[in-house]
Ligand binder design. Sequence first.
Ligand SMILES: NC(=O)c1ccc[n+]([C@@H]2O[C@H](COP(=O)([O-])OP(=O)(O)OC[C@H]3O[C@@H](n4cnc5c(N)ncnc54)[C@H](OP(=O)(O)O)[C@@H]3O)[C@@H](O)[C@H]2O)c1
Length: 313
Amino acid sequence: MKNKTVVITGTTTGTGYVAATTVAELGAKLIMLNRPSKRSKKIHDEIMKKYQETEVYTIDCDLQSFFSVHNAISKIIEICPEGIDVLCNNAGVMALMDIATEDGYDIQMQTNHLSHFLLVCELFTLLEKTSTEKGESRIVNHSSIARLTVKKLKKEYLGKNGGNLGGNGKSMFFGGARWKRYGQTKFANAAFTATLHEKLQTKRSKIKALVAHPGLSNTELQVTTMKDGGMAKKMTGFMMKRSQSAEDGAMGILSCICLPEAESGQFWGPGKGMMAMKGKAKPFNMEKSYNNNRTKTLLWEKSCEAIGKEFII
Ligand SMILES: NC(=O)c1ccc[n+]([C@@H]2O[C@H](COP(=O)([O-])OP(=O)(O)OC[C@H]3O[C@@H](n4cnc5c(N)ncnc54)[C@H](OP(=O)(O)O)[C@@H]3O)[C@@H](O)[C@H]2O)c1
């Protein structure tokens, strides 16, 4: 990863932390986009100390706020005149309360998808610069097994309906609204990748669009959900006994970020189905449930509407 510039969201813990420390160890210039916090500072200091040869930056970026994301984008443009090799949209939250962001969107949809859409749109020129000069660059999204709980992308989840999307039902298996919203965001991550891949291929672009999932991985994700009231302690304990480590969970995004053989349009993770909770990350094809014209058109239109800009590739 030497002489490569890698931008990753949500590196304070979990799979993002593993991905950030790994690419720093492999010699990439690393730009971490995190909400300002003690742990954001701690990981920055830790990486700076451990990998002194590596160029490391932390940029404040709260994905719940388009204003904050725009500020982060200006700083990235300033410090990456050379272009961007990899933009990894890793950060995410799960099954949080039915709350609107300051922009009016669902807290989960804005964090997990819409702000990442904005990042890709505004950093596209830098990705294009690298792909032209070096023969490739990559956009890596992070989805979930939860995408499989969704049959159809629904436009209300992508609209300005935050706080009005079904309430705080927390039943994971019987249609709890918190989980429906999460499922839609992770379906959106996969649909975004499928749409990007199609548009990039049509233009014969050398930018690759890839997506991964970490199976069930022992990170802070479930801890945060539990604190928010979205998962009971007993259930969480039961599930996490079946999980894999954050390191193994990060192998999907790391394969997409680093492996020379990773191809645009691939989905990397420990398997395809609902039971793909652990194991070696491998590539598979994207699924028809979101890789279809209706979903791709809806996803793109509503995401452009949210960021207030046409994103033309
Ligand atoms: N763990 C699993 O089993 C699992 C399964 C399927 C999919 N995933 C996906 O994997 C990705 C990484 O999750 P994880 O398991 O590593 O969870 P995690 O340990 O909770 O890490 C999530 C990261 O996202 C950041 N984040 C959350 N809200 C943010 C915001 N508004 N602005 C900026 N950063 C924010 C967190 O930073 P803060 O310190 O600021 O909170 C943290 O760095 C997510 O997209 C998740 O949906 C995980």
